[in-house]
Design a protein around this ligand. Structure first.
Ligand code: NAD
Length: 439
């Protein structure tokens, strides 16, 4: 996404000057797209890269476990950082980034693309307008289907040490949305969850027999991903495997999965609202439902990203329907749609218009990229305060980190006890976290 932006729409404001990756095969793949000849560095030489190439900004898109180290080292080497979600996977990563920002005074941009999806921005607008009054609670359900959901169990994400589990890796998007919709910060979290569908033990308990170790070469099995079937996946992963041994097509039911696939949370917000949240990673359809209860009424956002999974003749499916909207098939009963309903006390329900989004993640990606690359032009003119910094990143992962602790202790966890290195209520960007008072 960032390479495409810098070679396309935003080429006039930014230039790719170097690559940094553990895998030379993937460097070569993107270097060829950029015309070839840009230098590639191993992560151990990040500082050298920043110095030699005069790097202004390092865009961090490594597996989550390395985000904190890369951001810290980039800032200390003299560059700013743009970092993919989640900010980091644990409290130590939060402390490391917070210290680097405090000690260098440099800037970290957190790319929360979901905020920019028009449907999510519209809900923020409704809440900020005061139409439903003061928010007392949010009910939020996210369903990942057996294609996109299963993909987390094939890749590096399947190991909790790499991703922090889906409560950090995936749900940090969702917790950021709630934090931002409410203009509030999480205070206490109780979580329950388990691996009930993917992984070898759950599969064996259901009587699932012998499985292939990897998807490539397998046909007619919807849980297998054949890297040869997609030229991009083949070039980026299969052809680059000999460099590091990383397999992108592991069987989701193979041993080694340490993340959960069913999760439920209760979150108390500092301002008094409650969030009930659930994430399921093996649903037959993909999308989410959010209900926001307020003192003057209620808002309900319903999003269907893929109503069902169409298995083609050759078993080919689209991995992430939100990233590539054209890949979602049609479904009469559960059509692909965004619907935002607002109903005030003593009134009929009304549909709140959602502007059309074009492109990945509900249209969020294109607008986000403008904020990343043309930030100075947009920030002042965005009353929704969509641009996010590292503090927003900490606020979002705080819920997942607390939830992961709660899964172990089976007790509620106070976010203040996590020692995240910052106070969540500190705010260097007041537009992001202050919703206007209800009329
Ligand atoms: N915002 C979104 O919607 C969204 C969508 C997809 C991915 N992401 C995020 O992007 C990041 C990358 O995900 P992905 O799916 O592209 O993963 P990926 O495995 O395809 O790519 C990760 C890359 O990092 C490289 N790498 C590994 N360790 C490294 C290190 N120490 N230093 C430098 N490079 C290293 C790998 O070789 C690989 O090229 C993740 O943090 C993920 O959460 C965000």
């Amino acid at each position: 996404m960032y390479v495409g932006a810098l070679l396309g729409e935003h080429a006039d404001v930014g230039e790719i000057v170097a690559w940094c990756d553990t895998n030379p095969g993937r460097i070569d793949y993107y270097d060829a797209q950029a015309g070839g000849g840009l230098p590639g560095y191993s992560p151990g030489r990040l500082e050298e890269m920043v110095r030699e190439r005069g790097v202004d900004v390092v865009i961090v898109t490594t597996p989550d476990l390395h985000h904190a180290e890369m951001v810290d080292r980039a800032l200390r080497a003299g560059a700013d950082a743009v970092v993919e979600k989640p900010l980091t996977t644990d409290a130590e990563g939060c402390r490391r980034i917070a210290a680097a920002v405090a000690e260098t005074g440099r800037n970290v941009v957190m790319t929360f693309n979901y905020r920019y999806a028009p449907r999510n921005s519209s809900l923020r607008e409704v809440i900020a307008s005061g139409a439903i009054g003061e928010v007392t609670g949010v009910h939020f359900e996210w369903a990942l289907d057996t294609v996109h959901g299963a993909d987390y169990f094939r890749r590096w994400h399947r190991d909790k040490a790499n991703s922090g589990g889906l409560l950090v890796h995936k749900s940090s998007h969702h917790f950021d949305l709630v934090n931002w919709w409410l203009g509030d910060v999480p205070a206490r979290v109780y979580a329950t969850g388990a691996l009930r569908f993917y992984g070898d033990r759950a599969a064996a308990a259901r009587g699932l027999g012998e499985r292939p170790e990897r998807g490539t070469g397998v046909t007619g099995d919807p849980f297998s991903l054949d890297l040869n079937a997609d030229p991009r996946l083949r070039a980026l992963y299969l052809d680059a495997e000999h460099h590091d041994g990383y397999r992108r097509d592991q069987d989701p039911f193979a041993p080694g999965v340490t993340i959960e696939d069913n999760m439920s949370l209760l979150v108390e917000y500092a301002g008094g609202a409650t969030l009930t949240y659930s994430l399921n990673a093996h649903a037959p359809w993909e999308g989410y439902r959010v209900t926001v209860n307020g003192t003057r009424g209620r808002a309900e956002l319903d999003v269907v990203e893929r109503g069902h999974i169409d298995l083609g003749e050759n078993g080919e499916v689209v991995l992430d329907p939100s990233a590539t909207p054209d890949g979602a098939g049609t479904d009469d009963l559960r059509p692909q749609r965004d619907r935002l309903i607002v109903q005030r006390h003593w009134e009929r329900a009304e549909e709140y218009p959602i502007p059309d989004g074009i492109g990945g993640h509900g249209g969020g990606d294109a607008i986000l990229l403008k904020d990343v690359f043309r930030r100075d032009l947009r920030i002042g003119g965005d009353p929704l305060g969509r641009a996010a910094g590292h503090l927003d990143g900490v606020r979002a992962v705080a819920v997942g980190i607390a939830a992961n602790r709660s899964l172990i202790t089976r007790m509620p966890v106070a976010v203040g006890d996590l020692d995240l290195g910052v106070s969540l209520e500190d705010d260097e960007n007041p537009t992001t976290h202050h919703v206007p008072a209800a009329p």
